[in-house]
Write a protein that binds this ligand. Structure first.
Ligand SMILES: Cc1ncc(COP(=O)(O)O)c(C=O)c1O
Length: 399
């Protein structure tokens, strides 16, 4: 066989998926024969069903034979609705032509990086963060330059730290607020400083705002609210988290840079032709229909966050602050790791095997995640209480 391309070994993955695969195998082979189950407190997706009005819109679209290709950039009504919705955060209103509908938020990363990155180009990537940013950067031959999100600074970084990482090869900064995995939200002053730096150094920005509605305190601030940023920024957003639609696969890129919008559309045309048609009609209902279900889910997440934060802080050797956004808790376990002389991955493995609860090591999200484990608080109150009780008694037994 002739060899695979030299790019392939540089492509990473989401290690969270392999941890889950291992856990499912352990549950089936070891726990189920004993009548036991794992409690999954690592889940990175909404803990609710998709609202009925949205599912009904998808069914209606099929019944009305909306089962053919759409334009690559999406159906005009959805592009218009997304533009209108995104304009609530931006310095000037977006138009439908600024929006490219895609099968999920993830393709926005893949296409934007493909449109920009040549061998040796540097991309500043928050760390810990969603692993795909770094994976795709490296796949394309770019260099991922991590910028540490610091716990003591509510998982923000500083303008000086950012400036120190910029070189003549820096092409782009990736932002994600509210953040996965830390739950951190960038402060408005930081966003304004980043914008100033981006303009001064002529940098592109990928602003991943997939958790924009999940700000539990304060308000979401987009870098596109700063004049001059809409032309150098691609906003990544979609329905996955807000409307509990992860399996529908729908998201979008929004940018006032016409060339970038055209390249993203062209990449999508080469790759997928268009986004699933009935999914686009479901998304149209999601964005333009009643928002009471979203409000309900958000208020539930906030209650679950408060419960989980208080229970985690009762576990010896674990502590965390109350995160302002998304649905994740980044829990500092450094004391525990030092005491037991193990890594975060080994701790999570022991918690899975001995307490029967699944959580993720912070290192799944980058090198600066090594003091942490990540919980998500999308699970039911009952699971949160039960899971944390198991973890507490296990840790107490070894501490
Ligand atoms: C920060 C972040 N961006 C993007 C995505 C991907 O979203 P989608 O499922 O719409 O592709 C996720 C999913 O977990 C995420 O956490």
């Amino acid at each position: 066989m002739k060899s695979f391309s030299t790019r392939m070994p540089r492509l990473g993955t989401e290690n969270a998926f392999s941890v889950i695969g291992k856990a499912k195998k352990f549950e089936k082979e070891v726990l189920e024969p004993q009548g036991k189950k794992l409690i999954y407190l690592q889940i990175g997706e909404p803990g609710f069903d998709t609202p009925k009005n949205i599912n009904d819109a998808a069914i209606k679209a099929i019944q009305e034979n909306q089962t053919h290709y759409t334009p690559t950039a999406g159906i005009p009504a959805l592009r218009e609705a997304v533009a209108k919705d995104a304009s609530k955060y931006s310095a000037t209103p977006y138009e439908a032509s600024d929006v490219v509908i895609l099968p999920g938020g993830k393709p926005v990363m893949f296409y934007m990086l493909n449109a920009l990155i040549d061998e040796g180009d540097e991309v500043i990537v928050p760390n810990p963060s969603y692993p795909i940013y770094g994976s795709v950067t490296q796949y394309l031959g770019g260099k991922m330059v991590p910028i540490q999100l610091k716990e003591e600074n509510e998982f923000n970084f500083s303008a000086d730290e950012l400036k120190a990482l910029i070189t003549p090869k820096t092409k782009m900064i990736i932002l994600n607020s509210p953040q996965n995995p830390t739950g951190g939200v960038y402060k408005k002053e930081l966003i304004e400083e980043i914008a100033k730096i981006a303009i001064e150094h002529d940098l592109w920005v990928l602003s991943d705002e997939i958790y924009d509605r999940m700000v539990h305190e304060g308000e979401h601030v987009s870098i596109t609210s700063v004049p001059g940023m809409q032309e150098r920024t691609v906003v990544l957003n979609g329905c996955s988290k807000t409307y509990a639609m992860t399996g529908y696969r729908i998201g979008w890129a929004i940018t006032k840079n016409k060339e970038m919008a055209n390249y993203i559309e062209q990449l999508a045309c080469n790759d997928v032709s268009c986004t699933n048609t009935m999914t686009q009609y479901a998304a149209l209902e999601a964005v333009t229909g009643p928002q009471d279900q979203v409000d309900y889910m958000l208020s539930e997440y906030k209650k679950r966050r408060d419960l989980m934060v208080s229970l985690v802080n009762e576990v010896p050797g674990m502590h965390c602050h109350s995160p302002k956004g998304a649905f994740y808790l980044m829990v500092n376990v450094r004391e525990l790791l030092d005491k037991l002389s193990i890594t975060a991955a080994e701790l999570c493995d022991r918690i899975m095997k001995e307490a029967h609860v699944l959580i993720l090591p912070g290192t799944v999200f980058g090198l600066y995640g090594d003091d942490f484990v990540r919980f998500s608080y999308v699970s039911t109150e009952e699971h949160i209480k039960d899971g944390l009780a198991r973890i507490k008694s296990f840790i107490e037994s070894i501490y």
